[in-house]
Ligand binder design. Structure first.
Ligand code: CP
Length: 337
């Protein structure tokens, strides 16, 4: 893949060598993301950030990543603050926004909308999540986290045993992660969901065509036994016709410390793209796991900054110039990491 100047719309664009290149750059971002050094390699560059659905991690970490590289962020959140509310098309919006920015990140509730925007954009566009379709940067940070959690456990991504649990139908993160995992070898993937929220058939077919074992089950205990990673997901209430319909499935699969102890291997890593639903009646990942050292969810969200910095560095073709523009930090950074 030619990163410089490209859009990142789908994990399907990636080959394994591209993932490895991105992760090498992400590793090099650690001193900057951890505020031990600072760099102004993107001084003068502008990120256009357009989020038409709620977001905490993706929006803020893309913005922080751009700021940490020395660039500035201009953002719009919600349709009500955009001229789209006055009937402006995505095509016109893209023509305008790409005149104001060097790169754009966008989240939109409709499948394919970010690709439609990118087709009219004059600058690179990153998909920050489009409907139930894809969330490529999340998959990349998830895999980066898996790689880093497995390091030191004598396990590798090749041969990985992973369970994905929850709303596998509407959850875009598991669609993108499954596509990304299919680039690796000899995986065993357990897909734990209610029948009505199963992983789309084309995603399962893609994993099987790549030679991976896939088990589909609605039994949590069966799915999470003998795995390296449990990747829990929230019921995507916003994709259902009503809250009542989502309630049919909410709380169906609850991973808590006692379920973990009874069914998982002692070192099984617990992941979740977040937000987890901590309301009574949901709790797919219980807060009683917060002191479990294998709970990787906040290491995962931290890794979002590294991976998104690497994406910007590669798409804007400055990955080999970072250290030419760096300096020590002069503020207190103790106890952050
Ligand atoms: N994981 C994720 O996409 O989180 P946000 O919705 O908060 O961006």
């Amino acid at each position: 893949m030619q990163f410089a100047g490209s859009h990142i719309l789908s994990i399907s664009q990636f080959e394994r060598a591209d993932v490895e290149q991105l992760f090498t750059v992400a590793d090099a971002m650690r001193p900057y993301a951890h505020r031990r050094r600072r760099t102004c390699v993107l001084d003068g560059a502008i990120l256009g950030s357009m989020f038409f659905e709620p977001s905490t991690r993706t929006r803020i970490s893309f913005g922080s990543a751009f700021n940490l590289l020395g660039g500035e962020v201009r953002e719009t959140t919600g349709f009500e603050h955009s001229a789209i509310a006055k009937g402006e098309s995505l095509w016109d919006t893209a023509r305008v926004l790409s005149g104001y920015s060097d790169i754009v990140v966008m989240r939109h509730p409709e499948n394919g909308s970010v690709a439609e925007f990118a087709a009219a954009s004059r600058v690179p566009v990153i998909n920050g999540g489009d409907g139930t379709n894809e969330h490529p940067s999340q998959a990349l940070l998830d895999l980066y986290t898996i790689r880093s959690e497995l390091a030191g456990r004598e396990r590798d991504i090749d041969g990985l045993r992973i369970a994905m649990v929850g709303d596998l139908c509407f959850g875009r993160t598991v669609h993108s992660l499954s596509k990304l995992l299919s680039l690796f070898a000899d995986l065993r993937v357990s897909l734990v969901s209610p029948e009505a929220l199963k992983m789309p058939a084309e995603v399962v077919d893609n994993l099987q065509a790549a030679g991976h074992q896939v088990l589909e089950t609605d039994a949590l205990e069966q799915g999470i036994a003998d795995v390296d990673i449990v990747y829990s997901t929230r019921i995507q209430e916003e994709r259902f016709a009503s809250r009542e319909e989502a309630d049919l499935y909410r709380g169906r699969f609850r991973l808590n410390q006692s379920v973990y102890t009874a069914n998982c291997e002692p070192n099984t890593v617990i992941m979740h793209p977040l937000p987890r639903d901590s309301r009574e009646g949901a709790r797919e990942l219980d807060i009683d796991l917060n002191d479990n050292p294998n709970l990787a969810i906040f290491r995962q969200s931290d890794n979002g900054v590294l991976v998104r910095m690497a994406m910007f560095a590669l798409l804007l073709d400055v990955a080999d110039q970072i250290s030419e523009h760096d300096a020590p930090v002069n503020w207190c950074t103790e106890r952050r990491f």
